[in-house]
Design a protein around this ligand. Structure first.
Ligand code: NAD
Ligand code: MG
Length: 411
């Protein structure tokens, strides 16, 4: 059953207003833990925090090994903690490099522990890939409000994570622009009135490229996205349209919607971020320029809305919005996403792990672009499927799929 995204609660609507009409930052700032703060979503999150007029404060910043940018962020935002997951990288942080009042923690265990700290009011889950699952799990287990960018968490373990959130009272709010749009559009009706959820896709840099030319695509070409500026992994996922496959699975679990009610529509301008069609034929969409600061802020302030740093649509300029069905022949990843969303169980985890390894192989020049989806499809078919896996089974199959791809890369 589709949950009702819910209309803003009365207390959300009646937030105290400052003189210029923006909701004022009353009371102490909400303390935000930003997991993956040096990445594309992480840096956009820090923009939102810095422009929040004291409504939010960075309490924890975490990254894998990019210590230079992390130290710079720490001086700018003065968090209580920085966490470096890679111990060798953390060892490069000299005495006195961090500002007074900011402490350093090292390793994934430390991150899991700090995320659950009672001081944390909001968690932004923006680590890339399967590596984001464990800290997101720790946040959900601790009953936090989680702004979820790391779609891989739901792709791998959607049912387990959503059940855990039910048990602990955690709230998971989407950061992915499509899911943020769906969350907003669902407010226009009741769950039983939803006929279809349509995720839009830019179509990536190869939307119009003939099939025969896709075999020779280079990493540099795949990394040139026409509308979004993002980290390298999701940029390649957009080029193969595997990103839409992962997002179909993400939507399946986040909104508890059956796979057959999910559809994909190519929209090259990336302005309509997704649509919800109701049983009476009305289609409700959310529009804004391609700027992740808006869905990040929406997830942080929900159910309130505040003015923020995101770009706005300019209706004084002529604008054309185009829509076309995806070409499933040239982009077979979309069908893999539909199949994995329908199948559930371990399918999402295997698809995700195979894709992460295949994208790594493609970026290293060891796999052709068109082999990414082919490899993922083969492993989906071959894997020992489990319908109701435990977290351990999911992690075991994640490791199995990675090993399979690696051995095919080295053969
Ligand atoms: P990115 O590559 O720009 O940044 C990744 C961040 O994760 C970095 O801070 C890195 O240090 C950290 N990280 C990587 N491995 C880690 C590990 N093992 N432990 C701890 N930290 C680790 O990625 P991104 O584009 O910001 O994407 C982040 C997540 O958000 C992904 O799941 C992606 O699918 C999702 N997302 C991104 C966008 C976007 O516009 N970039 C949009 C929607 C969803
Ligand atoms: Mg998206």
């Amino acid at each position: 059953m589709l949950p009702h995204a819910g209309n803003p609660s009365p207390e959300g609507i009646s937030l105290p207003r400052s003189a210029n009409g923006d909701p004022a930052a009353h009371g102490p700032a909400l303390r935000v833990a930003v997991l993956g703060s040096t990445g594309s979503i992480g840096t956009s999150t820090l923009d939102v925090v810095a422009s929040s007029g004291g409504r939010f404060a960075a309490w924890l910043l975490a990254a894998h090994r990019s210590v230079g940018p992390l130290i710079e962020q720490a001086h700018r935002l003065r968090p209580a903690w920085v966490v470096v997951v890679d111990a060798a990288a953390a060892a490069q942080i000299g005495v006195g490099a961090l500002p007074a009042g900011t402490r350093l923690a090292v390793g994934a265990d430390a991150l899991d522990e700090l995320v659950a700290d009672p001081a944390v009011d909001r968690v932004v889950s923006a680590i890339v890939g399967a590596a984001g699952l464990r800290s997101t799990w720790a946040a959900v287990e601790a009953g936090k409000t989680v702004a979820l960018a790391n779609k891989e968490t739901l792709v791998m373990a959607g049912p387990l994570v959503m059940r855990l959130a039910c048990r602990t009272g955690a709230t998971i709010l989407p950061v992915d622009s499509e899911h943020s749009a769906i969350h907003q559009a669902l407010c226009a009706g009741r769950p039983a009135e939803v006929r279809r959820i349509v995720l839009t896709a830019s179509g990536g840099p190869f939307r119009t490229r003939p099939q025969a030319a896709l075999a020779s695509v280079t990493p540099a070409e795949a990394l040139r996205h026409p509308t979004w500026s993002m980290g390298p992994k999701i940029t390649v996922d957009s080029a193969t349209m595997m990103n839409k496959a992962l997002e179909l699975i993400e939507a399946r679990w986040l909104f508890d919607v059956p796979a057959e009610k999910l559809a994909v529509l190519v929209h090259p301008q990336s302005i309509v971020h997704s649509l919800v069609e109701f049983i009476d034929g009305s289609v409700i969409a959310q529009l804004s320029p391609p700027d992740m600061r808006l869905p990040i802020q929406y997830a942080l302030t929900y159910p309130a809305r505040t003015a923020g740093p995101a770009r706005r649509l300019d209706f004084t300029q002529a604008m054309t919005l185009e829509f076309e069905p995806p070409d499933l022949g040239r982009f077979p990843a979309v069908a893999l996403g539909h199949a994995a969303a329908a199948r559930g169980g371990t399918a999402g985890a295997v698809l995700n792990a195979a894709n992460e390894e295949a994208v790594g192989g493609f970026l290293a020049g060891r796999l052709r672009f068109i082999d990414i989806a082919e490899t993922c499809g083969r492993l989906l078919d071959e894997h020992p499927f489990e319908a109701e896996p435990t977290l351990e089974a999911i992690l075991r199959l994640d490791a199995w799929a990675r090993q399979e791809v690696r051995s095919c890369l080295s053969s």
